[in-house]
Design a protein around this ligand. Structure first.
Ligand SMILES: Nc1ncnc2c1ncn2[C@@H]1O[C@H](COP(=O)(O)OP(=O)(O)OP(=O)(O)O)[C@@H](O)[C@H]1O
Ligand SMILES: C[C@@](O)(CCO)CC(=O)[O-]
Ligand SMILES: [Mg+2]
Length: 383
C-alpha cells in the first residue's frame, strides 16, 4: 500500500444562483484553473502510537500537530468513522483547535483546521502522518477555497486509507473513477459543513467533478459550452466569511418569506436560462455575440437579485460601475459581501480594452485575473 500521495482540486466560480442554491434553487458553477494542493505522507504502522498528526499550511507558514495518543484518548469515547460530525465530536474538535494559536489576522483558519481534524480522524484514525497544503486560491474570497481544501484533503486521506484507488497502477496525475469521486465528494461536503454551517454542496461538487455544472438539491447536470467562456475575476480584497453571509440570507428569508421566495424563484429561472444559453450552438461571430449578450444580461439580472438578498458590497459596486463604463457586465461570485466579482470578457473584445479595464480596477486597489472556465476537477498522483 502506498504511503505517499498528492491531490489537487480546483476552485470555482458561480455564474448564477449563489445563496438561492442553499434554499433548494438552481445554480450554475464552473471549475477554474487555480488549485489547492495537498501532499500526504502516512507514517509506517511501526511508530503507530508514538508519532504526531501534522498539518502544515505552507503558504501561511503555519504548522499544527497533535500527538496520536492524545487524539486517540479524546475521540475514543465517540467512536470512529461517523459519516457526519456530531455535536459531541465537534465539541472535542473545537477544544483541540482552541488550544492552537493563530495569528490575529488568520483566525478564520480555525474552521479549516477543524474540518481537517474531523476528516483525518474519521478517515485515517489516529495513525501518525503529515499533510502539507498549498493553494493558488485567495482564502475567503468567493472562489471556493474552502471546498477545494476539503476536496483535496479528503481525496489524499481516502487514497492512503485504501478506500479509493486501491488497485491503481497509473503514473502521474489521474482522475479517479466516478464512484470514488462520489465518495470524496461526500466527505468533502462534511468538511464544508464544519466551515460553512449550511453548504448547498455546489462548491465541493464542482471542485470534485470539474467542468461546468447546473446544480440543484445535490443533483448535478454537466453542461457543455459550444465555445470557451472567458471571465475576468476581480478580487476586491474585502474579507468576508461565507458562513456569516449564508446565515444573513437565511435570516432575511425568515423576515420576508414571500418576497425572498419570489427572489429565489427568479434566480432559479435565470440559472436554467443561463444553462440553456451556455449549451446553445454558436459558431460564427454574430451568434457568438448574441449568446454572450444573453449571458451578460442574465448575469446583470442575477446581480440585482443578489443585491435584494443583501450580499453585495460597496467594493462590488465600484467594480460594477468601472466595468460598465466599458459596456461589460459583472456580478459578484460566491457568497459576496466583498470577495470576488466576475466580468464576462466577450470573444471579440480587444485586448487593449481588457488591459484598460484591468489597470483601472487595479488602480482602485483590486487584483485582476483572466480565466477560462470549466476545467478539470480533482486529480491525484502517487509518484
Ligand atoms: N488552504 C487552506 N488551508 C486551510 N484552511 C483553508 C484553506 N482554504 C480555505 N480554508 C478554510 O476555509 C475558510 C474560507 O472559506 P469560505 O467558505 O469563507 O470562503 P471561500 O470558500 O474562499 O469562498 P466561497 O465559499 O464564497 O466560495 C478559511 O477561513 C479557512 O478556514
Ligand atoms: C453562498 C453559496 O451559495 C456559494 C458559496 O460559493 C453557499 C453554498 O452554496 O454553500
Ligand atoms: Mg467556501
Amino acid at each position: 500500500m502506498a504511503l505517499e500521495v498528492r491531490a489537487r482540486a480546483p476552485g470555482k466560480i458561480i455564474l448564477s444562483g449563489e445563496h438561492a442554491v442553499v434554499h433548494g434553487f438552481t445554480a450554475v458553477a464552473a471549475a477554474i484553473d487555480l488549485h489547492t494542493y495537498v501532499y500526504f505522507r502516512l507514517h509506517s504502522t511501526l511508530d503507530n502510537d508514538d508519532g504526531v498528526v501534522e498539518l502544515e499550511l505552507k503558504d501561511l507558514g503555519l504548522v499544527f500537530s497533535w500527538p496520536s495518543q492524545r487524539l486517540r484518548e479524546m475521540f475514543s469515547e465517540l467512536g470512529l468513522s461517523s459519516k457526519t460530525c456530531s455535536p459531541e465530536c465537534l465539541k472535542v474538535i473545537t477544544s483541540l483547535v482552541e488550544e492552537l494559536s493563530f495569528p490575529e489576522s488568520k483566525i478564520g483558519l480555525s474552521s479549516g483546521v477543524s474540518a481537517f481534524l474531523y476528516l483525518y480522524t474519521s478517515i485515517i484514525g489516529y495513525r501518525p502522518g503529515k499533510v502539507r497544503v498549498t493553494s493558488d486560491l485567495p482564502l475567503g474570497s468567493g472562489l471556493g477555497s474552502s471546498a477545494s481544501f476539503c476536496v483535496s484533503v479528503s481525496a489524499a486521506l481516502l487514497a492512503l486509507s485504501g478506500a479509493v484507488c486501491a488497485d491503481n497502477q497509473q503514473k502521474g496525475w489521474f482522475v479517479m473513477r466516478e464512484n470514488e469521486l462520489e465518495l470524496v465528494n461526500k466527505w468533502a461536503f462534511q468538511g464544508e459543513r464544519i466551515i460553512h454551517g449550511k453548504p448547498s454542496g455546489i462548491d465541493n461538487t464542482v471542485s470534485t467533478f470539474g467542468s461546468m455544472i447546473m446544480f440543484r438539491l445535490s443533483e448535478l447536470t454537466r453542461l457543455k459550452s459550444s465555445g470557451p467562456i472567458r471571465m475576468l475575476i476581480t478580487n476586491t480584497k474585502v474579507g468576508r466569511n461565507t458562513k456569516a453571509l449564508v446565515a444573513g440570507v437565511s435570516e432575511r428569508t425568515l423576515r420576508h418569506p414571500d418576497a425572498m421566495a419570489a427572489v429565489f424563484t427568479a434566480v432559479d429561472s435565470i440559472s436554467k436560462e443561463l444553462s440553456d444559453v451556455i449549451q446553445s450552438a454558436a459558431h460564427d461571430d454574430v451568434s457568438i455575440t448574441a449568446k454572450e449578450e444573453k449571458l451578460e444580461e442574465l448575469m446583470e439580472m442575477n446581480q440585482g437579485l443578489l443585491q435584494c438578498m443583501g450580499v453585495s458590497h460597496a467594493s462590488i459596486d465600484t467594480v460594477l460601475r468601472t466595468t460598465l463604463r466599458y459596456k461589460l457586465a459583472s456580478k459578484l461570485t460566491g457568497a459576496g459581501g466583498g470577495g470576488c466579482v466576475l466580468t464576462l470578457l466577450p470573444t471579440l473584445l480587444s485586448s487593449t480594452i481588457v488591459d484598460k479595464v484591468i489597470s483601472e480596477l487595479e488602480a482602485c486597489g483590486f487584483q485582476c485575473l483572466k480565466v477560462e472556465v470549466g476545467g478539470k476537477g480533482l486529480e491525484v498522483c502517487f509518484t
